[in-house]
Design a protein around this ligand. Structure first.
Ligand code: ADP
Length: 220
């Protein structure tokens, strides 16, 4: 089988987060091996992932059986059982899986994963909480921190920025932010220096998180 090739991903722990991740990978043509200790969870996903296996991922035998060593990318999506999460993650690192992604439950857990040397620590609840906070405050239509310290947000074009070419607004000099694109009447347009914002435009603003937040606040 092709499962285990460089283009495939193993997802360990098929809770809400792991399942959503695995199905999204499948939808975009990536082969996915799913692993979960719960038989019922596995049965539910049978046929929807390239392969699904029941097993306790903390057991080294399973690693060998499934050839997890041959996967370039493995995601540890075990959530609530922090011990299992850390055990599995450290084993993946020990056997030399190149690209390990692990979900952290909280800040302290994230710290441990960082110290283990995990390349990508994800905090879905924390990230989503921050994202929704910006939306609930009403300042932004959407907020995504691409990595710690750099964000992209969706902001309705402030009236003070309308009708003047982007070049003349001096946003980069004045606010330290860039405009990547504009959504106008349902379609995305790449922002050129000549673009003039219109009432109702949605701006894709990006830059250092603090600058983007300050810019949005100053425009509110
Ligand atoms: P979420 O918040 O994303 O739903 P959960 O922690 O509720 O995350 O779910 C994680 C999944 O990981 C569960 O389906 C659980 O059965 C599975 N799981 C927990 N421990 C192990 C383990 N040692 N090996 C494999 N799967 C596990």
């Amino acid at each position: 089988t092709t499962i285990g090739s460089a283009s495939s991903v193993a997802v360990i722990g098929l809770g809400r987060f792991g399942t959503a991740l695995a199905l999204e990978l499948m939808a975009h043509g990536t082969e996915v091996l799913g692993i979960d200790s719960d038989e019922q969870v596995v049965q539910e996903l049978n046929g929807r992932l390239t392969a699904v296996v029941t097993g306790d991922a903390t057991k080294p035998e399973l690693f060998e059986q499934l050839g997890l060593i041959d996967f370039d990318r493995v995601v540890v999506a075990i959530g609530t059982d922090v011990t299992a999460n850390i055990l599995v993650t450290s084993q993946l690192l020990r056997v030399g899986v190149k690209d390990v992604w692990a979900k952290a439950l909280d800040e302290r857990h994230a710290l441990i994963l960082d110290q283990l040397g995990v390349g990508h620590v994800v905090r879905p609840e924390a990230d989503m909480g921050r994202r929704v906070a910006h939306m609930v405050r009403g300042a932004l239509e959407d907020f995504i921190e691409i990595e710690a310290g750099y964000a992209a947000v969706l902001l309705e074009a402030p009236l003070s920025l309308l009708a003047v070419p982007l070049r003349e607004l001096g946003l980069q000099a004045k606010h330290g932010v860039g405009i990547g694109a504009v959504k106008r009447e349902g379609s995305w347009i790449l922002a050129t220096i000549e673009i003039r914002f219109e009432r109702g435009d949605l701006l894709l603003v990006h830059g250092p998180t603090s600058k983007v937040e300050a810019f949005a606040a100053s425009m509110a």
